[in-house]
Design a protein around this ligand. Sequence first.
Ligand SMILES: C[S@@+](CC[C@H](N)C(=O)[O-])C[C@H]1O[C@@H](n2cnc3c(N)ncnc32)[C@H](O)[C@@H]1O
Length: 302
Amino acid sequence: MTTPPVCNYEGSDYQTSFWEQGGREYEDRAEAIALRRLLPKSGKLMLELGAGAGRNTPRYAGFEKIVVLDYSTTQLAQARQKLGRSTKYIYVAADIYRLPFRDQQFDAATMIRTLHHMADAPKALSQIQNILQPGAIFILEFANKLNLKSILRYWLGRQDWNPFTLESVEFVKLNFDFHPQAIRNWLKALNFTVEKTLTVSHFRLGILKRIIPPSLLAALDGIFQPSGALWQFTPSVFIKARKPSGSGARVIPLHVINLFKCPDCGNENLEAREEHIYCPTCQSKWAVHDGIYDFRQQMEST
Ligand SMILES: C[S@@+](CC[C@H](N)C(=O)[O-])C[C@H]1O[C@@H](n2cnc3c(N)ncnc32)[C@H](O)[C@@H]1O
């Protein structure tokens, strides 16, 4: 099966350079406020897609178990260092376009600052729909092409792409901004219902960030976030969507191995072997190293 290209964060210092030394305390705090508003207080099994170094993971503490998924094992290693090896967290290296999970298991999923790396966003969203239980919630953050800055730049002739049209824009290789209506259309086509929309990062302007303390700026952002129900002109938008209720939800398995299916052939009865997972149907082997289940590529046969 061919899948779209992955924006590879292997070896990246993203967490340090972008968040810790990048002057983004305001954005981080504003996202925390949005997540508090959208997340249920508790839950059983959460899937965090594109978790990176686990910046948001502690915000999901109300869930009994959290699958921390990213394509990059170096990001996952940082997440594990931050969160620890507790059985609450299951670390999985996998491609969002080829999720290695049995269908209808998770009662929640989040995808923050990750859809913007998806060249085929509808395909990624459909993978997520499959692994959610009926009635489960999906919290999605996306980068909004219809933001005030891009509108002004377009009107002033400083930007050639049109922020008002539905197609996504690739402003840097494998970095996409989306139109809010396009996101709603894709979610609707997958039978998700949008329950809440919050606009986030209203004040992402260098001058404001320099003169107003991040905590105050984030609190102001929090006041404006609910206006997302009416219009969305911020660079970042958070959506809480719900899969329709119905039958077929899986019981959450006791053993981690029973969460998985083979991403190559779809077989759900995988076997835990020493240092790898084995698929008896297609004979593929998936590495487990340092507590990270790696479903990106099959292990070389020896
Ligand atoms: C901008 S970072 C965001 C990390 C985290 N969500 C946060 O907000 O701090 C995007 C993450 O998505 C991951 N990613 C990109 N494409 C992916 C794919 N196809 N499958 C899994 N993870 C992917 C990258 O490895 C990276 O860690």
